[in-house]
Design a protein around this ligand. Structure first.
Ligand SMILES: Cc1cc2nc3c(=O)[nH]c(=O)nc-3n(C[C@H](O)[C@H](O)[C@H](O)COP(=O)(O)OP(=O)(O)OC[C@H]3O[C@@H](n4cnc5c(N)ncnc54)[C@H](O)[C@@H]3O)c2cc1C
Length: 425
């Protein structure tokens, strides 16, 4: 704007708009990020209210949570902070801060980026973790004033105001009779320094300054200090130059067993920005509350990464095999098989492993194979039936590969002993 000789009023207006959205100042905003979110929303022009604000839950957004709660029933844990998440090839563990461990086939995370950084996460790539840690949160607060009607409409106003020198960055009409305002990060110091018992009135006075006395007597006001609340720590609104490329595409992508539920690096929106990872679907088992977190999963047999070793086969390998749970009960088409396994080598991040697996006959249907696998059959027979009907049967001496994402039936026809090399992306 300066290069084009924009006047200071025009620049000031632009800056105020940004403050009202709890965004960074225009000098610190990435044009790439802006263009990306505009293109994601399909808006023409920056922050087109009609485009950004047109998706609402008619009954109120709490309906979403209440509907989910109805269906999940007692599987919901309230007041149960998650302290650690471990993703391993065959199951996920979610450790509560009480020490209780929940196991699940998959984890969907819906914790905002700030608190998520405080959760210890293992089993996903360093790049993905680095991407999470690169996210910046806007430490903003929200103010809402509820009036018995949209008084601003009577005066021919749209209810939007940008505030240059207040605690609030601006306000807008959220819905009938409801005016919302944001305290941008740049003004959180003043907000926090204002004594709590003066704060509500101070914010109402700012709205009165903008709209006159009709704004003076809201039926109710609410403030939420999201930026300083430990469980939210603000939200991702702003992208400085370099942020988009710095964060990279990693956080937004789901790995096989852990999924980021909210838009993060791909985040197109301002309001709907918080990144996400809360542990969910604690389905499999819930050991007693006093169970200590289990130690990180490491190979119980095998060799150090720096040495070479022969992979034992029958009969030597049998003494190494331990009960295992490689088969996901949710996929079973038959009774669960008796199974045992040994790991001969695993990378430090546990994404790559080489092992031996014994299983009794069973069948499972796999929606998407979690990793890339090389298998060599030593004993028994396996039939793979791909979703398009293609079938392969493999017996002793045969070797085959399965690519991550493969979909179909995996059936062990005869007691199986296989060796595998497995990589989970
Ligand atoms: C200042 C501000 C103003 C906003 N204004 C608007 C608006 O006007 N309109 C709009 O549509 N959206 C608005 N939003 C955005 C909206 O609030 C979010 O998009 C929405 O709440 C995101 O929902 P969520 O479930 O992803 O995250 P949240 O609602 O933040 O839920 C995350 C949950 O994770 C829990 N959690 C955190 N840490 C842990 C842990 N360790 N273990 C277990 N649980 C944990 C938290 O307790 C919380 O319940 C605003 C957001 C902010 C910050």
């Amino acid at each position: 704007m300066r290069a084009r000789s924009a006047c200071s009023t025009a620049i000031g207006r632009s800056s105020s708009c940004r403050l009202a959205l709890a965004d960074e100042s225009i000098e610190h905003t990435s044009m790439l990020a802006d263009l990306r979110r505009e293109s994601a929303a399909g808006a023409e022009g920056f922050y087109n209210y009609d485009v950004w604000e047109n998706e609402r839950v008619l009954e109120g957004s709490a309906t979403v949570a209440l509907t989910m709660a109805e269906q999940l029933g007692d599987r919901i844990r309230c007041s149960s902070p998650v302290g650690a998440i471990r993703i391993s090839p065959h199951r996920c563990e979610v450790m509560l801060t009480t020490g209780e461990v929940l196991t699940a086939a998959n984890v969907v995370c819906a914790v905002p980026a700030g608190p998520l950084r405080g959760i210890s996460i293992s089993g996903i790539s360093d790049t993905k973790l680095a991407s999470l840690h690169r996210q910046k949160s806007a430490l903003a607060a929200k103010f809402v004033a509820v009036y018995d009607h949209s008084f601003w409409e009577g005066a021919g106003l749209n209810g939007v105001a940008y505030m240059e020198h207040n605690i609030l960055g601006g306000v807008w009409a959220q819905s009938a009779g409801i005016m919302s305002g944001l305290v941008p990060p740049q003004r959180m110091g003043t907000y926090l320094a204002t004594p709590r018992h003066h704060l509500g009135q101070a914010l109402i006075d700012e709205v009165v300054d903008a709209f006159g006395d009709a704004a003076a007597t809201p039926a109710k006001t609410y403030t939420r200090s999201w930026g300083t609340a430990p469980w939210t720590q603000g939200y991702v609104t702003a992208w400085r130059p370099g942020d988009v490329m710095g964060v990279g595409p990693c956080t937004a992508r789901a790995s096989r067993r852990s999924t980021c539920a909210g838009p993060t690096s791909g985040c197109p929106a301002t309001w709907k920005a918080p990144c996400a990872l809360a542990a969910a679907s604690p389905a499999k088992s819930s050991p007693p509350a006093d169970s200590p977190p289990s130690p990180p999963t490491r190979p119980t047999t095998g060799t150090a990464v720096s040495s070479a070793a022969r992979i034992p086969t029958t009969p030597d390998v049998d003494s190494l095999l331990k009960p295992s749970d490689h088969v996901d009960p949710a996929h079973l088409r038959t009774a669960a098989p008796a199974e045992t396994a040994a790991t001969h080598l695993a990378s430090a991040d546990e994404k790559f492993s080489v092992g031996t697996w014994r299983a009794e006959p069973y069948a499972e249907y796999i929606e998407a194979y979690p990793g890339d696998e090389y298998t060599r059959i030593i004993e028994g027979r396996v039939t793979l039936t791909q979703d398009d009907g293609t079938t392969w049967t493999f017996g002793p001496g045969d070797a085959f590969t399965i690519a991550a994402g493969w979909r179909g039936e995996y059936r062990v026809d005869e007691p199986l002993l296989k060796q595998f090399a497995y990589y989970i992306p």
